[in-house]
Design a protein around this ligand. Structure first.
Ligand code: NA7
Length: 528
């Protein structure tokens, strides 16, 4: 049996950074990756229009200065092919591939004799002192239980399993279910190729245009020169983005000034609208409603058909109560003759079944050649609980977390010694590469501190972290999306435990807490 100091699960941003870090400590490691290449999220999500919602120069890794110096981004928001090439560049430049096993899944892990037995779907068994998971927040696909789904005779595609060779949509009638961040990116691009697109929308989202554009060579040179200064700024921001503060409280300025600032934010694009306009949009209901109404006014301006504009306008939940998507001519797509919006909410006509020739709602039938599911993920915990992980007392992680996840700092959980999770449950949902690198830093330091000993979170520490996580989100409006199936509350998966699954107490605060914990010798962890 092959034996390692650390087995790492996943070769996306997290796994690549972790492998590099454990090598620096002189530990032996093997990465197990289900895909046939590195990339993780960016390997699997190849649907038309897939691209980052964060700007290139802070949605990247910084662990090695050559990575920063030698890679040049072409667009403000890189598309999936460019992200895939970037992660391949990272793997090659840091010489990581030789320690990665591709096209192989971890099926089970059992803690025994102060280490882990790791079972792979190839039949191989590995033995490892420590395990670090880099599974991503949004990995385990959610396929709703639509009656008749398996009877559909056309082509059925999940956005997050889009074929590498692409899908020829020319002349096709395409149905898209889902208008989250994925659907919002895919719909306008699919509409450019397909004969007809029918969008089945259950909940409209607040979509702010990303304002994509090519990167200018002078701008690139400047961003590279200031990379570590920009990274420090991102680490000081509550959502790990190198943004400037907004203009204070939205309701403290008069209506004209408020509209001027919102217009400016709209032009800046994407998350800058949320974070660089006013500082209280996720705190003050009146401020949030002002932003929400500004977005609705833009929808009415862009979308020619008033009934479609109204259907696209979110109401009854706050802006950012669901993770807000970034648009690329999203609302404009509904002005095309070949795009139709169908309301499948409880107030409209919910989906009743998928038929061999299409889809039937409560009041109509739709004939489709292709059905695209952009229906999201069993987020945060799903990829972890999909693996049969058995801890110290034989209890599985799934059993332990049946009422919701419990972790210490999102990285460790009591009863599962020597197991570390990169961006595990109750870690920040923010700009992820920056969060990942901070997690990797902390886990690397914890491994150095453990120096081969058994390391485990205490129950007190994880209870305290759960309390802090609940208290941190309380003053915000981020918990008001349960009725609209917000994934970060577990509300998009029928039967899943409800509660905030991520840390919303500020990524900056989280980084400080982790740094202090490491400086103090890792209180909350026991060593034996
Ligand atoms: P999301 O944001 O979870 O979106 C899933 C979409 O699928 C959303 O519009 C759902 O409607 C829709 N959906 C899910 N189940 C159904 C059923 N049963 N009927 C109709 N519609 C359904 O996933 P994404 O992949 O778009 O984005 C995930 C994250 O990736 C995103 O937050 C970014 O962080 C990147 P609903 O809104 O639940 O009514």
């Amino acid at each position: 049996m092959n034996t390692y100091d650390v087995v790492i699960v996943g070769a996306g941003f997290s796994g690549l950074a972790m492998l590099n870090r454990v090598r620096e400590s002189g530990l032996s490691a093997r990465v197990i990756e289900a895909g046939s290449n590195v990339g993780g999220t960016w390997f699997w999500n190849r649907y038309p229009g897939a691209r980052t919602d964060s700007e290139c120069y802070y949605y990247c890794l910084s662990f090695n200065k050559e990575l920063v110096a030698e890679w040049t981004w072409s667009e403000r928001y890189p598309g999936q092919p460019e992200m895939q090439r970037y992660l391949e560049f990272v793997a090659d430049r840091a010489d990581l591939r030789k320690d990665i096993t591709f096209s192989t899944r971890v099926t089970a892990m059992e803690y025994r004799d102060e280490g882990w037995d790791v079972s792979l779907d190839s039949g191989e068994q590995l033995r490892s002192r420590y395990v670090a998971t880099g599974l991503g927040f949004l990995t385990d696909p959610h396929v709703p239980d639509f009656p008749g789904l398996d009877t559909f005779a056309g082509d059925l595609h999940l956005t997050c399993r889009w074929p590498a060779e692409g899908v020829d949509l020319r002349g096709k009638r395409v149905g898209v279910i889902g208008t989250g961040a994925t659907g919002v990116q895919a719909i306008p691009v699919i509409a450019q190729e397909a004969a007809e697109v029918v969008v089945f929308q259950r909940t409209p989202n607040y979509v702010v245009p990303a304002q994509n554009r090519p990167m200018d060579p002078d701008e690139i040179a400047d961003l590279k020169a200031r990379h570590y200064e920009i990274l420090a700024k991102a680490r000081a921001h509550s959502f790990a983005m190198p943004f400037d503060a907004g203009h204070g409280a939205a309701m403290a300025v008069d209506e004209d000034e408020r509209q001027r600032i919102f217009s400016d934010g709209w032009a800046r694009g994407g998350f800058r609208f949320l974070f660089e306009t006013f500082d209280d949009l996720i705190l003050d209901p009146a401020a949030n409603e002002a932003a929400a109404e500004f977005i609705r006014s833009r929808i009415r301006e862009i979308v020619h058909d008033p009934a479609t504009a109204e259907l696209l306008s979110p109401r009854g939940y706050p802006y950012s109560g669901k993770r807000p998507p970034a648009g690329h001519d999203y609302y404009e797509a509904y002005n095309r003759d070949n795009v139709r919006l169908v309301d499948v909410s409880a107030k409209g006509a919910p989906i009743q079944e998928i038929t061999p020739t299409g889809l039937r709602t409560a009041d109509a039938s739709y004939e489709l050649d292709v059905l695209v599911l952009a229906t999201g993920f069993d987020a945060v915990t799903g990829a972890l609980t999909a693996i049969d992980i058995r801890g110290r007392d034989g209890i599985t992680l799934k059993e332990k977390w049946q009422d919701g996840p419990l972790t210490f700092l999102g990285t460790t959980t009591a009863g599962f010694p020597n197991l570390f999770m990169i961006t595990g449950p109750l870690s920040p949902f923010a700009n992820l590469p920056v969060c990942i690198e901070k997690n990797v830093e902390w886990i690397g330091a914890a491994l150095d501190h453990a120096a081969g000993r058994v390391v485990e979170a205490t129950e007190e520490a994880e209870q305290d972290w759960a309390r802090q996580t609940r208290e941190a989100v309380e003053p915000t409006l981020l918990t008001e999306g349960e009725g609209v199936h917000t994934w970060f509350l577990g509300a998009n998966i029928p039967g899943k435990a409800r509660g905030v699954n991520v840390w919303f107490g500020g990524a900056n605060n989280y980084f400080r807490i982790c740094d202090e914990n490491a400086d103090q010798g890792f209180p909350g962890l026991t060593l034996r």
